[in-house]
Ligand binder design. Structure first.
Ligand SMILES: *Cc1c(COP(=O)(O)O)cnc(C)c1O
Length: 334
């Protein structure tokens, strides 16, 4: 029964953008230091425009756009948005025109993700604040349609049921990789923002009947707000797949004590974590998402909330180009 429900996700229309699986590697030095078996799922290593978690979501979002006959996509995000960069790349690969509505935090500087979007020929629409985005996108869509374009609007972070499917199927990919090395993960820890990655993993493991605890380290919202988002996305995805399976409240685990001043605030702890992991493993984290998630993971292990000797996966969700967009803020604490 469960197997046939998962089958539906595997058979959903998908526009292939990336070569999978992404690597799963053991972090030997960190494992020794922290007394756990730490594996890193390298979703920062992909063959589409420097990769990241949004690429998995876009495989299903672009397929949906194409099935609806669209030739143009609009999406939104902060100025450092990885989702905007990957939407630009996915659109180019699928032969679509990309419009990116971008706003603070940050500013429009031709560095990091923005220079890549410019290279890929995406049209950037800079706004003063996120509050303007809804109205702006509505107007932009009308204008483009008046020019004869057929427009598909991708929500911020690719957070729709279609986007969630990217991580539903990633749950199987991860278990297959662990199976092949004779292990099974007890925890998967990752940065959670729009909640789509976490919704996908939680639903995916549930559909597979796998007892893996997914811990989302919130990078902006409180536990209550973030859990609500994850819950809603899971419900939407269940509807899309037409599956009925119970996801309990305790299946959605979010920690919000590692936000360090809030979304995209780069504190000393964040840069210290980037330095620590870079020096231990030669692994590059970004200062908005993955460094905060890694700080959280290390702290949860130190506090015994993640038990010693457990098999833990850190899902590296990408974001490396942000390092080259936030050089000044990072340099302050180097
Ligand atoms: C968008 C993003 C996240 C958050 O993923 P959600 O699915 O939106 O929760 C985490 N890490 C990086 C690098 C991201 O770009």
């Amino acid at each position: 029964m469960v197997k046939s429900m998962f089958w539906k996700a595997l058979n959903f229309p998908r526009f292939r953008l990336i070569t999978l699986p992404t690597p799963l590697e053991k972090a030997k030095n960190l494992s020794k230091e922290l007394n756990v078996e730490l594996y890193i799922k390298r979703d920062d290593v992909m063959d589409l425009a420097l990769g990241g978690n949004k690429a998995r979501k876009l495989e299903f979002l672009i397929a949906d756009a194409l099935s609806k006959g669209c030739d143009t996509v609009i999406t939104r995000g902060a100025y450092h948005s990885n989702h905007a960069r990957l939407t630009a790349a996915a659109a180019r690969k699928a032969g679509l025109e990309a419009h990116l509505v971008l706003y603070p935090p940050g500013e429009k500087i031709s560095q990091g993700n923005i220079i890549l979007e410019e290279l890929m020929g995406a049209k950037i629409h800079p706004l003063e604040s996120p509050e303007e985005a809804d109205g702006y996108i509505e107007n932009l869509k009308k204008e483009l349609e008046a020019e004869g374009k057929k427009v598909y609007v991708i929500p911020g972070g690719g957070a729709s049921a279609y986007g969630v499917l990217g991580y539903v199927v990633a749950a199987l990919e991860l278990l297959e990789q662990f199976y092949s090395i004779g292990k099974m993960p007890k925890y998967v820890v990752h940065a959670t923002g729009t909640g789509a990655t976490q919704a996908g993993l939680v639903l995916g493991f549930k559909l597979l009947g796998a007892d893996v605890k997914v811990i989302g380290i919130s990078i902006s919202r409180t536990v209550e707000e973030e859990k609500e988002r994850v819950r809603n996305l899971i419900e939407e995805t269940k509807k899309l797949l037409e599956v009925d399976i119970e996801v309990k409240d305790e299946d959605i685990i979010v920690r919000d004590e590692y936000r360090f001043g809030g979304y995209a605030v780069i504190s000393k702890e964040v840069v210290d974590t980037m330095k620590y992991v870079a020096r231990m493993e030669g692994l590059i984290l970004d200062p908005v998402y993955t460094a905060k998630a890694m700080y959280g993971l290390i702290d949860l292990i130190k506090r015994g909330i993640i038990e010693k000797e457990s098999v833990v996966t850190f899902l590296h969700t990408g974001g490396t180009p942000i390092v080259f967009q936030k050089v000044e803020e990072i340099t302050k604490y180097l």
